[in-house]
Write a protein that binds this ligand. Structure first.
Ligand SMILES: [Zn+2]
Length: 342
């Protein structure tokens, strides 16, 4: 088979902190809606993270991204009991693997006003020290007006955008109204499933996560914003997310085409342009054709060569790190994390 190649792919919305969630113990009670899914699963997991478990979670996520041909990640992070330095840990883990990352700490008032302030300071500290980042906000519905206002102001001061979940579930229906005077073109608005108006910014569409959380279909094609694709923390296999984006669109509208979902995948390069100069060789020779890829599950990344010529993935194996060791250490970290949940 003749392999063909593409630039390095970009995951436009990830949560590297959630890589160790798989296999976690069942929650005390089964989630019955979006908010209880957050409370029973994600808000227990993020609270249990320390900087060591975060490091192995991010490293595993970065390695799995590379193995999927993804060389750029726009990450959104929360670890309320290990805030200070957390963005450095994520950036370091990605650097060790060779994957580019844009970090953000998702501020929130749900751990009190002080928690929100500490989150803002972590964003500011990281970016002022030269880190590549956006100002993270969890979501309008877990933030008071003052924190939203201050996050937007900090982003303006630092010349970066805001990375925020917007109207993912019906619990955040007020997001459009509350953000309408704050949002700007450089914001990254995640989900927008139930957004009741237009806001300026790029919309990150996460089809698998939306189905997994049963929040509804976001209808990205109906928006005039730039649309990009993210996984919302469920790996970083962007060809798989593209296939899901296509089939979810098609499930909603028979006239939807793989070309539409491919345009969303391609727009993700605007967020991390250097990835265009990375080169991924794939196990399939029509990988640049949306109509092929949409109907060809299981295409694998064989080699990844960074823009500067460094080989990061050779015959499916990462070169900078030992894949088996990362998996082993991540599994140990996962069992510590899962014990901390109990
Ligand atoms: Zn998310």
């Amino acid at each position: 088979m003749t392999a063909s190649s593409t630039p390095g792919l970009v995951c436009a919305h990830h949560h590297l902190y959630s890589s160790l969630a798989r296999g976690m113990p069942a929650p005390p009670s089964a989630p019955h809606d979006f908010l209880s899914t957050l409370r029973q699963i994600w808000w227990r997991l993020d609270a249990a993270l320390d900087l060591d478990t975060l490091y192995w979670s991010a490293k595993l996520g970065a390695v799995e991204a590379l193995c999927s041909g993804t060389t750029g990640i726009i990450d959104h992070h929360e670890s309320p009991n290990a805030i200070e330095g957390s963005l450095d840990v994520i950036a370091q883990a990605c650097e060790e693997v060779g994957v580019r990352v844009v970090c953000a700490y998702g501020v929130t008032d749900r751990h009190g006003v002080d928690g929100g302030r500490r989150g803002l300071r972590e964003n500011e500290r990281f970016i002022r020290a030269g880190g590549r980042g956006l100002i993270g906000v969890h979501a309008a519905f877990t933030c008071g007006d003052e924190l939203l206002h201050d996050a937007a102001g900090l982003a303006t001061d630092l010349g970066v955008g805001v990375h925020i979940h917007v109207a993912e579930g019906i619990d955040d229906l007020e997001a459009g109204r509350r953000l309408s005077s704050l949002a700007r073109e450089d914001w990254l608005l995640v989900h927008c499933v139930h957004l009741d108006r237009d806001l300026p910014g790029t919309i990150a569409h996460n089809p698998r996560s939306n189905m997994n959380n049963s929040v509804g279909y976001a209808r990205p094609a109906a928006r005039s914003n730039r649309i990009v694709l993210g996984t919302d923390g469920i790996g970083a296999d962007m060809l798989e997310e593209f296939r899901l984006a296509y089939v979810a669109a098609r499930n909603d509208d028979i006239s939807a085409s793989p070309d539409d979902a491919w345009a969303w995948l391609a727009a993700s390069w605007d967020l991390l342009p250097e990835c265009r100069d990375d080169r991924v060789t794939w196990s399939y020779d029509h990988v640049d054709s949306p109509w092929h890829v949409a109907f060809t599950p299981g295409i694998r990344a064989i080699d990844v060569v960074r823009a500067d010529g460094e080989v990061l993935l050779a015959d499916g194996r990462p070169t900078r790190v030992d894949l088996d060791q990362v998996r082993r250490k991540a599994a140990e970290a996962a069992s510590r994390l899962h014990s901390a949940l109990a």
